[in-house]
Write a protein of this length. Structure first.
Length: 803
């Protein structure tokens, strides 16, 4: 057996970027990037979606954080918006017919503030003109004429009544309670009560009969007087209306001329005119004098005059194109608007002036960008957005109003017609969950723009990467990079994506390297970012986050966590797990052991029995059981009980990347052949014994290397990994250097038998023409052990005791 045929060369374990691929000396010579790189699929989807102005063609951008989703969405949307027409202004005004249902008025772009100012000027002019006109001589003369006419007619009727009453022996007197009759004596003087009581009964009856006639005549006169007074009030009111019309109509007509092309605005101005005329008393004090100052400025507006104000909801300067609104906190009120309240006499009240615009109002006619996860976390926000897109209008609602059990009285503002392109940015999982669970989602978001985390490493993309670096340095005012420094950035980009053939498009991580490398160049006083500055930025970033990794390594070296790095042990192998701390991922060697005995339980995973195994890991154990049973128990029953364990592991284990290591431990325990402890193993296995690629292979190799380096390299240590993971190796330069110097080894295999030979030093063996494995081979030893188990069980009828 020749281990060298599986050994990797130094050139295979990492991607190096030779400076010769770039023709520039520094990135200052490189033209800045004018396009988005590495996302052709997403770019095509975005451009198609933005150009399609149809209902339901909103866009959902998927991708991981840091892939440039938000930056690109904003850049592309703003580029489109600048070429599109500016949308209308919108305002809310008082509804004079239904005060609880304010009107929404549409105005040409940028005209909202002007209309608000014109309405304020209208009210000020009415405030100034009404008191002046109603306190003038002409008005007083007309009003006095009406009142004098009524007064004369009233006095004439009262005189006739008094004469007729005197003829009947009565006098008429006016009291605060009204008119009363007093009986008169023969001389025409009023009778007092005592004199009236001394009159004969016949005389009293005569007075009473005549009094009835006088009372009837008096009531008739009172009715006529009231009619005259009512007519007088109506005539005065008509006079006031005519005078008010002379004041208000020219002012309103001036406004109507300015907005002649807006029918709804004209209806509103007509309602304003009618209301102003009907409430002229708001502009005149009780004594008929103005409360305004001598210079004609309007007095402070009373609450009653608030009805004439204009609530400017949203305005757009005409020359700026369509709006692009990025809503960072997409709650329901922030999306659809809200009603504010103020304290009034111990309670809370609101009116149309307290309606506040939401992001949909501000983005109307343009683009709204929001994070999907933030939107879904906000109560009622997702339903409110769908309702607005479905109905094509924005309705200002109280939070959760459609879900209230008891209706409460509040404003019901008229909805604003909606024409907006919504761009949601979220994770792929969020998109898939919405597509599966929400029936309306696919109808409202018909365009998906999927951002990739990587792009092919080609010569063209390398040049674009350099242009991106140049653009970022210019935009952020950073030092430019020398050519070798760009090469280090490219190599780190391959490490970020974990593939020698691809570059990372998670540009947020790349820009962090550029920013921090610039800081180290500044500390050195260097005008350029050198390769060493990039290397230090990467190293320092790791150092800031790898305390846990170093502490675990110390615990292993102390012997608290037992990991064998030399010698051979039966039924024990070193696996490697990846720990992800969010900002840092690292590989940690783990001791995997196996014990076997004759029985019928099969291969059991102790992690699963202890409920410390994830589903993927449990599946991997079942697969290796299928491989062992299918390969070795063809001619006899599978009489085996085995226990697999991750020693000193007390947290959940998941993933199938340890299934090959578990297979080696099991076969070692069955064959009695010890396994090398200076080799670690990663890779999954299928039911035919083929080794399959796994994730985190770079972290695993470096984790075992760092432990071996700390314990002392022997020149024999190394890692066995899947052959199909070779392209995913992006090892640090020091690890690659150790491989080149022969102080550390990597073995790439594609079958369990190859790993067995490396770990045991014994040929695995293949079946010959008779179906037997060569004597003394690993596979022959395993098959003989299992056959002995089966034979013993058939003879005894029960399994042997554990050993």
């Amino acid at each position: 057996m020749d281990p060298g045929r599986y050994r990797l060369e130094a050139g295979q374990v990492r991607r190096t970027c030779p400076p010769e691929v770039f023709s520039f000396a520094t990135t200052e010579e490189v033209e800045p990037l004018d396009q988005f790189i590495g996302q052709e699929r997403a770019v095509r989807a975005m451009e198609f979606g933005l150009g399609l102005r149809k209902a339901g063609y909103n866009i959902f951008i998927t991708g991981v954080v840091g892939s440039g989703r938000s930056t690109y969405a904003q850049k592309l949307a703003r580029g489109r918006a600048s070429q599109e027409p500016t949308p209308s202004d919108w305002c809310y005004v008082h509804n004079f017919h239904q005060p609880d249902e304010p009107w929404a008025l549409e105005l040409p772009p940028g005209q909202g503030p002007l209309f608000r100012d014109r309405m304020q000027r209208l009210v000020r002019e009415v405030q100034a003109e009404v008191p002046r006109t109603f306190s003038g001589v002409a008005y007083d003369r007309q009003k006095d004429a009406i009142l004098e006419e009524v007064q004369d007619a009233t006095q004439e009727r009262v005189r006739r009544l008094e004469a007729e009453a005197r003829a009947q022996g009565f006098a008429i007197r006016r009291t605060p309670a009204g008119y009363v009759t007093l009986p008169l004596d023969a001389s025409g003087e009023p009778l007092d009560q005592e004199a009236y009581e001394r009159l004969p009964a016949e005389a009293k009856r005569g007075y009473e009969q005549r009094n009835k006639l006088v009372q009837a005549q008096m009531q008739q006169v009172i009715r006529e007087v009231r009619r005259l007074e009512r007519e007088a009030r109506e005539r005065v009111a008509l006079l006031d209306r005519q005078v008010g019309l002379l004041i208000v109509q020219p002012l309103v007509e001036e406004l109507k001329e300015a907005y002649a092309g807006l029918p709804k605005m004209l209806r509103y101005l007509d309602a304003v005119q009618e209301d102003l005329i009907a409430h002229l008393d708001l502009f005149v004090d009780g004594d008929g004098t103005s409360g305004s100052t001598g210079d004609g400025q309007a007095r402070q507006a009373s609450p009653s005059l608030n009805r004439y104000e204009v609530n400017l909801l949203v305005t757009h300067p005409e020359e700026r194109g369509a709006p692009v609104v990025v809503e960072s906190n997409p709650t329901q009120p922030n999306l659809t608007g809200k009603l504010e309240y103020e304290g009034r006499m111990g309670s809370f009240a609101t009116d149309f002036r307290m309606i506040k615009a939401g992001a949909l109002h501000r983005a109307n006619g343009g683009y709204l960008i929001a994070q999907a996860e933030d939107l879904l976390r906000a109560p009622h926000a997702w339903e409110a957005l769908k309702r607005a897109l479905r109905t094509g209008e924005v309705r200002v609602e109280e939070p959760g109003e459609p879900f209230r059990m008891v209706a409460t009285r509040s404003l019901q503002p008229e909805p604003v017609p909606l024409r907006v392109k919504v761009i949601l940015i979220g994770l792929p999982l969020t998109y898939h969950l919405l597509a599966q669970q929400d029936q309306e989602f696919r109808k409202l978001f018909k365009i998906r723009a999927d951002f990739d985390v990587s792009m092919p490493l080609t010569d063209g993309n390398l040049q674009k990467y350099a242009a991106f670096v140049s653009s970022y340095c210019r935009a952020q005012g950073l030092r430019h990079l020398e050519r070798e420094a760009v090469c280090r950035v490219v190599e780190q980009s391959c490490r970020l994506v974990g593939d020698q053939t691809r570059l990372s498009t998670r540009f947020n991580e790349v820009t962090e390297i550029l920013t921090e490398a610039d800081a180290w160049a500044a500390a050195d006083g260097d005008p350029l970012v050198r390769a060493r500055h990039v290397e230090r930025a990467v190293a320092e970033k790791v150092y800031r986050s790898n305390r846990v990794e170093e502490r675990l390594r110390d615990v292993i070296l102390e012997g608290t966590l037992r990991i064998e790095l030399a010698g051979r042990v039966i039924g024990q192998v070193n696996g490697i797990a990846v720990h992800d701390l969010g900002e840092h991922r690292f590989g940690r060697p783990t001791r995997i052991s196996c014990r076997v005995w004759m029985g019928e339980e099969g291969v059991l995973d102790i992690e699963r029995e202890a409920k410390l195994s994830g589903r993927s890991h449990s599946k991997g154990v079942l697969i290796l059981s299928g491989f062992v049973g299918g390969r070795y128990a063809r001619r006899f029953p599978f009489a085996l009980s085995a226990r697999l364990a991750f020693e000193q592991s007390y947290e959940e284990v998941d993933g199938d990347s340890a299934s090959s290591a578990e297979t080696y431990a099991l076969l070692s325990a069955l064959s009695g052949l010890p396994l090398r402890q200076d080799l670690a193993v990663t890779g999954s296995v299928d039911q035919h014994g083929r080794i399959q690629p796994v994730g985190g292979v770079t972290e695993k190799v470096e984790g075992f290397y760092d432990l071996c380096l700390a314990a002392g390299l022997t020149g024999e240590q190394g890692v066995i990994l899947p052959l199909r993971n070779v392209q995913h190796l992006t090892l640090r330069p020091d690890v690659a250097g150790a491989v080149q110097a022969g102080r550390f080894h990597l073995y790439a295999i594609d079958h369990v038998d190859q790993g067995l030979e490396l770990l045991t030093g014994v040929p695995a063996g293949e079946r010959d023409g008779t179906g037997r494995f060569p004597e003394g081979s690993v596979n022959a030893r395993v098959e003989e052990r299992l056959e002995a188990h089966a034979r013993t069980m058939l003879q005894t009828g029960r399994p042997a005791s554990r050993r």
